[in-house]
Design a binder for this molecule. Structure first.
Ligand SMILES: [Zn+2]
Length: 404
């Protein structure tokens, strides 16, 4: 191929992906409006639209309003043109899902790791999960674009390596290589919270936001920072370790070696420990009864149930978790001035019991001018954020042409 032909092919690819992006984000949309929005000339739009129609990636749908003259035919994404698999490597179990181009889950499966979180055992389980998704009836395997995987800890997404997954005790596991060899299709990996942010950016509460932060409050606490539409990773892929912001100088010891980190004050694990501690001190609560008189069975869900029944111990514990998170969020507002902060993970499912004190504290403790505008919202994708987000790594690569 000479240079000129290569250039033409390259430009055509760029035009196609720009057009595809506009159709995905603004569809159903007419050819004329695509030309207006992209600045491409109408003949280029028509040519590229024809290529996309032929490839069955988009479809013609309905007739739009006319601004005089013939009514235009509208174009939209063919949501089942392609699929992607997303894997969320949780701490105790893995979940995986097959999703279409609109982020709809076709099938999802989850599987506990059992007794071993050894690298080989976990990977073997996940291979089983992915195999089950590749076998979904009525789905052409050739339409599955690839596999996206979210892993906790420090991840190098460029080389596809889990550099350090503290809760598994892993170092330098070449996840991308292992899965690409096994499945012979593209594999992309990233930190679990960053894929959640990507999921919210594509299909959730951050669709319109350029600058936002996603905070995951589960058994640990992490965040993903999106600046001007791109994920900010930091110099060593470690940006957003909000769980280790110091909240209480004399607080409990954290896994990181420090004391009073946000994670030991406000994570799901911290919430359960605090409630058990209060019950052991003899404080009144219906929580032991809800847990079948077995304190080891107390979970975040049970504490939430008790709060709904107006149990003071549960209400106080959730309020304090919300306030601690609010302090951390106020720092984020002051430093990053985001448009939106999204709270995901199990603790966020306790709704206003946590979100109300969180918002109150965050607004009170941050600069008024910045806090007036920021919106603090629960995750839209909720418990599916990790799997949809992981699969979105693959869609993002298709539409944006690079990992962002
Ligand atoms: Zn810590």
């Amino acid at each position: 191929m000479d240079f000129q032909t290569a250039d033409k092919a390259f430009i055509r690819e760029i035009n196609k992906s720009t057009i595809l992006k506009v159709i995905r984000e603004k569809g159903p949309i007419s050819r004329a409006d695509i030309a207006k929005l992209t600045g491409l000339n109408p003949a280029t739009v028509t040519n590229n639209v024809n290529i996309l129609l032929e490839a069955d990636i988009i479809t013609e749908t309905g007739i739009g309003d006319s601004s005089g003259g013939r009514k235009p035919i509208l174009l939209e994404l063919n949501k089942n043109a392609f699929y992607a698999i997303g894997v969320d490597m949780g701490l105790k179990r893995a979940r995986a899902a097959l999703i279409n181009l609109c982020g709809e889950i076709i099938k999802s499966i989850d599987m506990p790791y059992g007794n071993s979180i050894d690298e080989k055992d976990v990977i073997k389980r996940i291979i089983e999960l992915v195999n089950a998704l590749l076998d979904v009836r009525n789905i052409d395997k050739n339409k599955i674009l690839g596999i996206g995987i979210g892993v906790h800890g420090i991840v190098n997404p460029v080389e596809g390596i889990s550099i350090y997954a503290p809760k598994f005790g892993w170092k330098d596991v070449a996840i991308k290589d292992i899965f690409e060899k096994e499945f012979r299709m593209p594999v992309l990996i990233d930190n679990d919270v960053r894929v959640m942010a990507l999921g919210e950016k594509w299909f959730g509460n951050a669709k319109s936001a350029k600058d936002f932060v996603f905070i995951n409050v589960g058994s640990g606490i992490g965040s993903a920072i999106v600046i001007n539409g791109d994920i900010y990773r930091g110099s060593l892929y470690g940006a957003g370790e909000i769980g280790h912001i110091s909240i209480a100088e004399n607080g409990p010891k954290c896994n990181c070696g420090n004391f009073g980190c946000l994670e030991v004050m406000a994570s799901g694990t911290a919430l359960e420990k605090r409630v058990i501690h209060d019950i052991n001190l003899g404080k009144e609560s219906i929580i032991p009864k809800l847990a079948g008189d077995d304190l080891s069975k107390i979970t975040g869900e049970i504490i939430y149930e008790a709060a709904k029944l107006n149990d003071k111990l549960a209400l106080d514990a959730l309020y304090d978790v919300g306030s601690c998170l609010g302090y951390a969020v106020s720092n984020l507002i002051n430093i990053l001035n985001p448009e939106i902060i999204i709270i995901g993970g199990g603790v966020a499912r306790a709704g206003d019991f946590v979100l109300k004190p969180l918002c109150d504290t965050a607004h009170k403790k941050s600069m008024e001018h910045l806090s007036q505008r920021v919106r603090i919202l629960p995750s839209y994708l909720n418990e599916n954020c990790g799997i949809i987000g992981a699969a979105t790594l693959i869609l993002n690569d298709l539409f944006e042409g690079s990992q962002k």
